[in-house]
Write a protein that binds this ligand. Structure first.
Ligand code: S3P
Length: 442
């Protein structure tokens, strides 16, 4: 499904970006806050929830399975949970839109409840691999029938009681880890996830915060062993969701590459499993200062002061990839403006995101005049050394919010405008992206 009413928009060379903005709530944390609140016994309250389409798909799904979820006039979300084991059979298929996180985590929840749920999604989501969650959840006893290639639409028939599993992740994926942990919540005994390469740990932090019996051991080689005791009772919580570093990323790079910019980005989550981009941009010479480091909702947060900088190309260590997996598209834009060559590797996971982000970024950057070589698992980019990019092309966003926003930022340093064929997908994760950009240009 492509949008019958696309919203094309051209982005052109920008005046310096100046001022202070605050970033909306973290998408990953927002999904988890809704899911766990909906499984607690009693009333939870969430502030700062990201009200993007992906998170709203999770809210609708949890409502369809019995939770009461209301938004108050002042933007607080009040959730009355059904208790672990209490999810109800939804009357209709759950429509997941564009959201892989909703789909994979909810498949985990359903897998250990005695309900049968059909999941559907848009064209992008329906092309993404679900085998990575079907495998472990089937081992736990769920009966899953998927479309060819392990794709959506698919149906999960849960098993209760499910069978506890010790599962070693075959790829670095927080969604797969979380699906198994969430299935383990309603499974008797101990479910274990073995994670050789650490990924974002919001599920672990929040499950503990809700009172689940979860512990993490780290082996000598860095492998994490996460254990959760099932048939848990979750206690309702009050949660403040910190700002999303993956959204802040677009303004960090915009401020670094638009000459004369000086911007403060407030309320940016800096969980070490998410903060890789800041480290890489600083290594490239980016002037990014952390102000007022503090804790929000059990997560480290700071305000970021970012000034226009002369960036230098570097070789990016593939080991940092899991902590900035969603930030490569915008890093590639920064690299296109840096002096010298930036080389990235170890990024095969980018090929199965909302789009094939290696192919789509390589094609789009080439179309606007950047020097890009695509390899099987990364891009090598020779930057302009700060000179504007030629621009002057229309970019297909492929229903991928981060592609749309990355090329919008590239347009700010284009000699000729860069047009995005449809900015609609941006509302999945960053509904006020254009408004914040305009406020910094005013
Ligand atoms: C997410 C995990 C990552 C990330 C996605 C959100 C999460 O996906 O790309 O945007 O909230 O767990 P993978 O688990 O596929 O790496």
């Amino acid at each position: 499904m492509t949008d019958p009413n696309p919203s094309p928009r051209a982005f052109s060379a920008s005046a310096p970006l100046k001022g202070k903005i605050a970033i909306l709530g973290d998408k990953s944390i927002s999904h988890r806050a809704l899911m766990l609140s909906a499984l607690a016994v009693g009333t939870s309250r969430v502030t700062g929830l990201l009200e993007g389409h992906d998170v709203l798909a999770t809210a609708a799904a949890m409502r369809a399975m019995g939770a009461s979820i209301e938004r108050t006039g002042d933007g607080e979300w009040v959730i009355d949970g059904v208790g672990v084991g209490g999810l109800l059979q939804p009357r209709e298929a759950l429509e997941m839109g564009n959201s892989g996180t909703s789909t994979r985590l909810l498949m985990g929840l359903v897998a250990s409840h005695p309900i049968t749920v059909t999941f559907t999604g848009d064209a992008s989501l329906s092309s993404r691999p679900m085998g990575r969650v079907i495998d472990p959840l089937s081992q736990m006893g769920a009966d899953i029938s998927a479309s060819p290639g392990g794709r959506l639409p698919l149906m999960v028939r849960g098993l209760a009681p499910a069978i506890p599993l010790a599962y070693r992740l075959p790829m670095a994926s927080a969604q797969v880890k979380s699906a198994v942990l969430l299935a383990g919540l309603n499974t008797p005994g101990i479910t274990e996830v073995i994670e050789p390469i650490p990924t974002r740990d919001h599920s672990e932090r929040m499950l503990k915060g809700f009172g689940a019996d979860l512990n993490v051991e780290t082996d000598g080689d860095g492998t994490r062993r996460i254990h959760i005791r099932g048939e848990a009772e979750l206690r309702p919580q009050t949660i403040a969701v910190p700002g999303d570093p993956s959204s802040a990323a677009f303004f960090i790079v915009a401020a670094l590459i638009v000459p004369g910019s000086d911007v403060v980005i407030a309320n940016v989550g800096l969980n070490p499993t998410r903060a890789g981009l800041v480290e890489v941009l600083q290594a490239m010479g980016g002037d990014i200062e952390l102000l007022d480091p503090r804790e929000v909702g059990g997560e480290p947060v700071a305000d970021l002061h970012v000034r226009h900088s002369a960036l230098k190309g570097i070789e990016v260590d593939p080991a940092i990839a899991p902590s900035m997996i969603d930030e490569y598209p915008i890093l590639f834009v920064a690299a296109a403006l840096a002096e010298g060559r930036t080389v990235t590797t170890g990024l095969d996971e980018l090929r199965v995101k909302e789009s094939d982000r290696l192919a789509v970024m390589a094609a789009g950057l080439t179309a606007i005049g950047a020097q890009v070589e695509e390899s099987a698992d990364g891009l090598a980019i020779d930057g302009t050394g700060g000179d504007p990019l030629p621009g002057g092309a229309t970019i297909a966003g492929h229903l991928d919010h981060r592609i749309c926003m990355s090329f919008a930022v590239a347009g700010l340093v284009g000699k000729a405008p860069v047009t995005i064929d449809d900015m609609g997908p941006v509302a999945t994760s960053f509904p006020n992206f254009e408004a914040l950009l305009e406020s910094l240009q005013a």
